[in-house]
Design a protein. Structure first.
Ligand code: TYD
Length: 224
């Protein structure tokens, strides 16, 4: 068992992950939890270099190449950042982890899920999220939100894929969540950021306490 606690955030484009990660990290900071934030693709120097290639619209690469690049970045990230933090007993909050490979390269990209599992198990080296928040959003709602928040002319290579692709990503995530209901918390990402944050903090505290882990916020009742 991890000494630390691994929380991952997953979801389609425009699901509001960044906002929710920021809100959760404000909570963790306020209550003196020992935590780090990281992301995939990226998280360590090699992975961040790969991220640039992977998201670049000029990169002409297929799902298999994408997956192998994501996986090699994952090895570096897990070994240099995630595992050491978990071994120190920290909470690790990740903006995407291997579920993204299943959703994007597997369910949507058409790679065999057995191949994804084989290589992912190898790359993640036994690191498994304790808790995964899936911010569920439709293609239309996700891109509406993106259009409000940023310039749609700057979409990256994944954001530029068509509705059919993004619909498959969404269904893939929901199928994974159904298969592992104890790990996944599925959240309607169209709700207000405050409402979503409350649910996330509540679920996190409930599970954290169930594991017998403690912190000042679990000792007094946090006002949610
Ligand atoms: P994203 O996390 O959406 O970052 P931002 O919103 O800050 O641009 O971008 C990362 C993209 O990488 C996202 O479209 C999903 C994709 N991705 C995969 O296809 N497979 C993976 O294994 C991972 C980790 C990400």
């Amino acid at each position: 068992m991890n000494k630390g606690y691994l929380i991952t955030f997953e979801g389609g484009e425009g699901c509001g992950k960044s906002t929710q990660i920021k809100l959760l990290s404000q909570f963790l900071k306020e209550y003196n939890f020992d935590y780090i934030l990281s992301r995939e693709p990226g998280g360590a120097t090699f992975g961040e270099a790969l991220r640039k290639i992977l998201l670049d619209n000029k990169s002409d690469i297929d799902a298999k190449t994408e997956f192998l690049l994501m996986s090699s970045g994952r090895v570096d990230h897990v070994e240099k950042v995630v595992k050491p933090a978990l071994e120190r007993g920290q909470i690790v909050v990740l903006d995407r982890f291997y579920d993204s490979s299943y959703a994007y390269q597997g369910y949507a990209g058409g790679l065999d899920l057995k191949d994804i599992k084989y290589i992912t198990d190898f790359a993640a080296g036994g690191c498994k999220p304790d808790l995964t928040f899936l911010l569920d959003i439709s293609y239309e709602d996700g891109f509406d939100r993106k259009a409000r928040d940023e310039n749609l002319r700057n979409l990256d290579r994944f954001e530029n894929k068509d509705k059919e692709f993004h619909d498959k990503v969404r269904l893939g995530y929901l199928e994974m969540a159904k298969k592992e209901p104890e790990r996944f918390v599925v959240i309607d990402a169209t709700k207000s950021p405050e409402e979503i944050n409350k649910k996330i903090v509540k679920e996190f505290l409930k599970r954290y306490v169930q594991l017998g882990k403690k912190n000042e916020s679990t000792e007094k009742s946090v006002d949610l």
